[in-house]
Design a protein around this ligand. Structure first.
Ligand SMILES: Cc1cc2nc3c(=O)[nH]c(=O)nc-3n(C[C@H](O)[C@H](O)[C@H](O)COP(=O)(O)OP(=O)(O)OC[C@H]3O[C@@H](n4cnc5c(N)ncnc54)[C@H](O)[C@@H]3O)c2cc1C
Length: 501
C-alpha cells in the first residue's frame, strides 16, 4: 500500500492550495479527486458565475450608453455567453491540470501523486479510492486533509430537475435566456444571479426574500442601494415572503408565496433558481471509520482547522465556515503549516476581504455596523458618498459609498469597512492590510494616493475621523457622515444630535 506524508481529499481550490503548500515542505503528497480538478471554484461556482457577471455587466454598460442615443439595445445570444463561460472554465482547469502534470514530471523524488476517484476512510490512516471503472485502491496518510467542498441545498418538497427548477449547478447550462425566472433566496448568491439576469435584460426576474430586506446580514444602506438598483432594472422583489408551493406545470414553474403582511399570491414563470445555501459533501467519506465528528448540518467540526482526530484536518466549504475560495485557501495553507511546522498561532481571519458581485459591486472586510451594535461595541462610523470622489465623477459612476467603522476611543482601531461602488474590491485592500498590521488610521491619512482615484475617498473618510478632511461634513451633510453609536444611541459627531437606534 502506498504511504504518504499528506493525503488531500478533494481537488477544488482549497484542496489544491493544501497540496501546493505541502510540496513546499518537500513532503510526499497525494491528491484525490473524484470529478474535475477545480471543483466549485471553477465549475458552477466562483469562476463561472463571475464570468457570467462580467459579461452581463458589460452588456448593461453598453446598453446604458446607447439607450440615450435612441439606439436599439444590444443583445448577445445566450450561446455566446455560454461559450465565454466555458472558455474561462477551460482555461482555469487547464492551468490547474498542466501545473500538476509539470510538477509531477519535474519532481525527481516523486513527491506529487494524483488519484482519480472517490475517497472514503477505512480507518483513521487508511483511505480507499474507487475510480469510475470501479477499480479500488488503498493508501495510507500520516496526515490527511479533507477538502471535499459542498453542493447546493435542496428543498425536500420540491423536485429539482435542473431543467425547470434549478440550482447553481444547472443555471449555467440552460439552453436560452429564460423569459422569466424566480430566484428563491435573497442572500449573496441569489442576489448575484438576480443582478446577472437583470443586467442581461432578457429575463423578467422575481426575487423571493423571506425578510424585510435583501442581504439581511449586511447593513441596511448596502441592501437598500442594491435593492433599488435591482428594482430599477425591473426585478420584482417579494419581501417578507415564504414559498409555500412550487411545481412544474405545462413546462412552466408555478409557485405560491405567503406574505407576512398580505394575501398570498400565485405566480408562473419559465424557470426557478433555488439559492438557499449549501450542504457539505461528507456522505461518501465514511467519516465514522476514522472517528471524525460532524454536526447536525453535516459540517465537519474543527478547531482551528483540526478535527477531533489529531492527524486529520478539514478545510474549505466542508466545515461550513465562510464559504469562499480565498478563505478556504488560507485555511488549507494554515492546516499544512500546523502539520509540517507545528505552527501554534491560530488562524486570524479579521482581515479577510470579500466581494459581492452586485450592482454596484460591494466589498467587505471585518465587521459591519450591525454586527458591532449586536456585540455592543462602542463605535465611530464615517461615511463618504461617491459623488464627492473625483474619479467617480470622471467615470460618471457616482453611485456608492465607503464606510469605515472604528473603535470609539482615542486609538480608533479599524473594526471593519464596507465599500459599495466602482473599484470597491480593490479599494478595500489597504484597509484589510491595516487591520492585519494593527496599524492606526493615521497611516492611511498620510499616504499619497494617485489622483484621481477611488481610494482617495477612503483617505477622506480617515481624515474626517481626525478632523482634517478637505470637504467638511457640516456643508455636505447628506454626502459625508460621521457618527458614534454607543449603548444604542447614535450621535452625529458634527451636530451632536442624538437618536435612539
Ligand atoms: C454560484 C457560486 C458563486 C460563488 N462565488 C464565489 C466568489 O465570487 N468568490 C469566492 O471566493 N467564492 C465563491 N463561491 C464559493 C466557492 O466556490 C467555494 O467556497 C469554493 O469552491 C470551496 O472550495 P473547496 O475546495 O472547499 O470545495 P469545492 O470547490 O466544492 O471542491 C471540492 C472538491 O472535492 C471533490 N470531492 C468531494 N467529495 C470527494 C470524495 N469523497 N473523494 C474525492 N473527491 C471528492 C469534489 O469533486 C470537488 O472537486 C461561489 C460558490 C457558488 C456556488
Amino acid at each position: 500500500m502506498d504511504r504518504f506524508d499528506l493525503v488531500v481529499i478533494g481537488g477544488g481550490p482549497v484542496g489544491y492550495a493544501a497540496v501546493m503548500r505541502g510540496l513546499d515542505f518537500g513532503k510526499k503528497v497525494c491528491l484525490i479527486e473524484r470529478d474535475k480538478i477545480g471543483g466549485t471554484g471553477v465549475y458552477n461556482g466562483a469562476l463561472s458565475s463571475k464570468t457570467l457577471w462580467e459579461v452581463a455587466n458589460r452588456v448593461a454598460g453598453i446598453n446604458e450608453a446607447i439607450v440615450n442615443d435612441g439606439r436599439e439595445l444590444y443583445e448577445i445570444p445566450w450561446k455566446n455567453i455560454q461559450r465565454t463561460v466555458n472558455e474561462a472554465k477551460q482555461e482555469r482547469h487547464n492551468q490547474y491540470v498542466s501545473h500538476l502534470q509539470l510538477l509531477q514530471e519535474r519532481s525527481i523524488e516523486d513527491l506529487l501523486w494524483i488519484e482519480e476517484g472517490e475517497a472514503s476512510f477505512v480507518s483513521p490512516h487508511t483511505i480507499r479510492v474507487i475510480n469510475s471503472q470501479n477499480e479500488e485502491k488503498h493508501l495510507q496518510g500520516d496526515h490527511i486533509i479533507i477538502a471535499t467542498g459542498s453542493r447546493p441545498r435542496h428543498l425536500p418538497d420540491y423536485s429539482i430537475d435542473e431543467q425547470h427548477i434549478l440550482t447553481s449547478d444547472g443555471i449555467e447550462h440552460i439552453e436560452d435566456y429564460p423569459e422569466s425566472l424566480v430566484i428563491v433566496g435573497a442572500g449573496v448568491i441569489g442576489c448575484e444571479y438576480a443582478t446577472i439576469f437583470a443586467n442581461l435584460g432578457k429575463t423578467k426576474v422575481h426575487l423571493i426574500d423571506r425578510k424585510s430586506r435583501i442581504l439581511p446580514d449586511e447593513d441596511a444602506d448596502i441592501s437598500d442601494l442594491v435593492a433599488k438598483n435591482l428594482e430599477k432594472k425591473g426585478v420584482i422583489i417579494h419581501h417578507n415572503a415564504t414559498l409555500s408551493r412550487m411545481e412544474i406545470i405545462d413546462d412552466e414553474v408555478e409557485y405560491e408565496l405567503r406574505y407576512h403582511d398580505r394575501e398570498s399570491q400565485t405566480i408562473r414563470v419559465k424557470k426557478a433558481l433555488l439559492s438557499i445555501g449549501r450542504v457539505p459533501n461528507i456522505e461518501a467519506l465514511k467519516l465514522e471509520n476514522a472517528g471524525v465528528k460532524w454536526n447536525e448540518q453535516g459540517e465537519i467540526i474543527v478547531e482551528d482547522t483540526q478535527t477531533c482526530v489529531d492527524h486529520i484536518y478539514a478545510v474549505g466549504d466542508v466545515t461550513g465556515g465562510i464559504s469562499l475560495v480565498n478563505m478556504g485557501e488560507i485555511e488549507a495553507r494554515h492546516a499544512v503549516e500546523k502539520i509540517m511546522e507545528n505552527k501554534l498561532t491560530h488562524l486570524n481571519i479579521d482581515n479577510v476581504c470579500t466581494i459581492m458581485f452586485l450592482n454596484p459591486e460591494v466589498a467587505l472586510v471585518g465587521m459591519n455596523e450591525q454586527q458591532c451594535i449586536e456585540k455592543k461595541i462602542p463605535i465611530k462610523v464615517v461615511k463618504i458618498d461617491f459623488t464627492l470622489i473625483a474619479r467617480a465623477i470622471a467615470m460618471r459612476e457616482t453611485q456608492g459609498f465607503f464606510k469605515i467603522i472604528v473603535t470609539n476611543d482615542q486609538h480608533m482601531h479599524i473594526l471593519g469597512m464596507r465599500a459599495c461602488g466602482e473599484h470597491a474590491s480593490t479599494a478595500i485592500q489597504g484597509v484589510g492590510l491595516l487591520i492585519k498590521m494593527n496599524q492606526p488610521i493615521e497611516v492611511l491619512s498620510e499616504l499619497i494616493h494617485p489622483h484621481p482615484s477611488i481610494v482617495e475617498g477612503i483617505q477622506e473618510c480617515v481624515r474626517m475621523l481626525l478632523n482634517r478632511s478637505i470637504f467638511k461634513s457640516n456643508v455636505f451633510r447628506h454626502r459625508l457622515a460621521c457618527y458614534s453609536v454607543v449603548n444604542g444611541v447614535k450621535t452625529n459627531l458634527e451636530t451632536g444630535i442624538q437618536c435612539i437606534m
